[in-house]
Design a protein around this ligand. Structure first.
Ligand SMILES: NC(=O)c1ccc[n+]([C@@H]2O[C@H](COP(=O)([O-])OP(=O)(O)OC[C@H]3O[C@@H](n4cnc5c(N)ncnc54)[C@H](O)[C@@H]3O)[C@@H](O)[C@H]2O)c1
Length: 402
């Protein structure tokens, strides 16, 4: 494992472009920055070089599903090592009663394991599960949002007016809200509703693989402050989880959001046993539509973002593995007779599909803007999901070449 990590660290450091040195600290977010990407050094237990407690950052993870629990594990291991962070990491848990009558929060705090969403993995003793959202965030100055996107509006409404002071956020949520005015990315929802800056982290990240420390990469999208981006990079990076900052919040977030629609199409390919060439074609066309739509919605989106982990790498991993692909495969195998809701409940045990709702939201945007014809893959996936077309239909469309 150590050799493997060394190999990946080496190729990674060779392939990444030089980054500017973090500027001098101006707030507690940057009080002990080491250059981005270096693994977190051991925290001094003697007090030498330790930050004043008041200056230390306190992290709360808002969400505790499959990826939420893995994120809490990554953050908890780094919080123990980095002198500028409090050891304790709070994790807000949407409370559930388990089949044995125990509350999920109590079990997590007793066993240090999320037995429902990430069984068999220890989160770290410094992770404290908290079912009270307002209590979980009240002392934190770094908020990590990571729930299925359909719950984010409700969570932001509950937090409205409750977040004060020097607080930074990052969203790991893949999805968007569609409002009357048009699409609203989750990072914008958080920023607007809570009045705080929000970065994003997306990438080729199947949570169960990262949970067992298999190497992967991720991309942090940031708006202005490279200093804040580097703090997030440092909080998430481990030798098996390599994080790169990119100044393109919308590009990174749209990649993470739209690839779930491509994953549904890849599942149809598998369900219909159409083979690898068809799968590769779907990935290519999907990536092309992702890029075209992202740039139409946000002209500032950079081409280079699609070559980061959040772009092409996430399309590949999600079309090969991942829950959206898996459930769409079952849907196609049933000839479209079983509903996605039914299959989600049966196959995912409480985990949530994002691709079907994202396909609907994307379709609403396309329809509203008169772009349905320009995005045949995205439009067709939605029409198959809603039963208006048969699963085979997605290979009968003509790719728009204009
Ligand atoms: N799982 C992965 O491999 C993975 C990888 C990368 C990104 N993501 C993204 O991360 C986000 C979170 O996914 P996840 O895998 O952590 O979650 P999940 O699908 O595993 O779990 C669902 C979560 O939603 C919670 N929940 C249920 N009802 C709720 C409600 N009414 N209000 C609030 N919460 C409720 C559940 O308690 C649970 O924590 C999603 O946007 C997903 O696309 C997931």
């Amino acid at each position: 494992m150590r050799l493997r990590s060394f190999f990946f660290s080496s190729i990674f450091s060779l392939s990444r472009s030089p980054s500017p040195s973090p500027s001098l600290p101006s707030s507690r977010f940057s009080s002990s920055l080491s250059p981005a990407m270096s693994p977190a050094p051991e925290k001094s237990r003697q007090g030498n070089g330790e930050c004043n407690d008041d200056l230390k950052s306190k992290v709360t993870v808002v969400g505790s599903g499959n990826w939420g629990s893995v994120a809490a594990k990554l953050i908890a291991s780094n919080a123990l090592k980095l002198p500028s962070f409090h050891d304790e990491v709070r994790m807000w848990v949407f409370e559930e009663v388990l089949p044995n009558g125990e509350k999920l929060t109590d079990v997590i705090n007793k066993t240090n394991e999320n037995v429902k969403y990430l069984p068999g993995i220890k989160l770290g003793r410094n992770v404290v599960a908290d079912p009270d959202l307002l209590n979980a965030v009240k002392e934190a100055n770094m908020l990590v949002f990571i729930t299925p996107h359909q719950f984010m509006d409700g969570i932001c409404k509950k937090l409205d007016g409750k977040i004060t002071g020097d607080v930074e956020a990052i969203s790991l949520v893949k999805g968007m809200e569609v409002k009357k005015e048009g699409p609203c990315m989750i990072s914008s929802l958080i920023s607007k509703q809570l009045g705080i800056n929000c970065c994003v982290l997306m990438g080729a990240n199947i949570a169960n693989e990262i949970a067992v420390e298999k190497f992967s990469e991720a991309t942090v999208g940031y708006r202005e402050s490279r200093e804040i981006a580097d703090t997030w990079v440092q909080l998430f990076s481990t030798p098996y989880f390599m994080v790169t900052p990119v100044q393109d919040v919308e590009g990174v977030e749209l990649c993470g959001t739209l690839k779930n629609v491509v994953a549904i199409a890849a599942g149809f390919v598998d369900g219909l046993e159409m083979g690898n060439n068809t799968k590769a074609a779907i990935m290519r066309i999907g990536l092309r539509e992702m890029k075209a739509l992202s740039k139409l919605l946000f002209p500032s989106v950079k081409d280079s973002t699609f070559f980061e982990s959040c772009g092409v790498a996430d399309v590949i991993t999600t079309c090969l593995g991942g829950r959206n692909r898996r459930v769409a495969e079952a849907f196609a195998k049933s000839g479209g007779k079983r509903s996605f809701d039914e299959l989600e409940a049966e196959m995912l045990q409480g985990q949530k599909l994002q691709g079907v709702s994202t396909a609907r939201e994307v379709y609403e945007v396309l329809n509203h803007c008169g772009w349905v014809e320009t995005f045949p893959l995205f439009s067709t996936v939605h029409q198959i999901c809603t039963g208006r077309l048969q699963p085979e239909a997605f290979v009968h469309y003509r790719e728009h070449k204009a």
